[in-house]
Design a protein around this ligand. Structure first.
Ligand code: MG
Length: 230
């Protein structure tokens, strides 16, 4: 079975990615900016969870592309979502919040690229919006920083620039559901395994991208990620 790989900073080791979990609506300012589509944009009572294929982390040449069907781009609205990614290093079910950090290997910077027009349209129809989030190259992830280097993952500056202009600028302290609860929740529902990764949601500042845009994503202490829109 093919599993995509991430490198672990300063170790020469590789990490094989199994399941990619994503949390939606985890920053209040992003929920607010999404209210314009008028669909279900309240603060959630429990985490909003979706999955992407692990193959979506493979981004050849660091170039992110909108898929083409029948000779035409399937979307006109590719958007950025910078996110802290939790890297799971140990198997566990029903992990208590108090033990959650024992299951974390490290952290990375990820971008949850989204075809917003498709997502909004499918949401309106009550249909699954997997293609809006899980398309090829939709989930670039940086090298992994081991957790020993990140003593306080709940207080990290998280930002993203497009062509050198700052668009997203938040702090992981703004997350509605915190890391221990996300691990408790996902391990209780799905079970977590070494190799799983968790995108933890994005702060405000998502915007429409165009071909040739260069994107820099950065999280304090964790690292950075550079991609181009192809
Ligand atoms: Mg997201």
């Amino acid at each position: 079975m093919y599993l995509p790989q991430l490198s672990i900073k300063n170790t020469g080791k590789l990490f094989e990615v199994k399941t990619v979990y994503c949390i939606g609506k985890n920053y209040a300012d992003h929920i607010n900016e999404m209210k314009i589509d008028g669909i279900d944009n309240n603060i959630p009572a429990e985490p909003v969870v979706f999955l992407k294929p692990s193959s979506s982390i493979d981004v050849p040449g660091n170039i992110v592309k909108i898929p083409v069907l029948n000779g035409e781009l399937i979307s006109n609205d590719l958007q950025n979502e910078v996110e802290l990614v939790i890297i799971i290093g140990k198997d566990g079910n029903d992990i208590p919040e108090g033990n959650a950090y024992d299951y974390i290997l490290g952290y990375a910077v990820g971008i949850d690229f989204t075809l917003r027009d498709i997502q909004t349209n499918l949401k309106k129809q009550g249909k699954p919006w997997a293609i809006a989030k899980g398309f090829r190259s939709s989930s670039p992830v940086s090298e992994i920083a081991l957790k020993v280097n990140i003593p306080n993952p709940d207080n990290l500056q998280i930002k993203l620039s497009v062509n050198g202009i700052l668009k997203q600028n938040g702090n992981t302290s703004q997350m509605i559901f915190k890391i221990p609860y996300l691990i408790y929740y996902l391990s209780s529902v799905f079970g977590l395994h070494a190799g799983d990764i968790i995108f933890t949601g994005t702060p405000a500042g998502v915007c429409t991208l165009k071909t040739g845009d260069t994107i820099n994503a950065f999280i304090n202490n964790v690292g950075e990620l550079n991609v181009t829109i192809g």
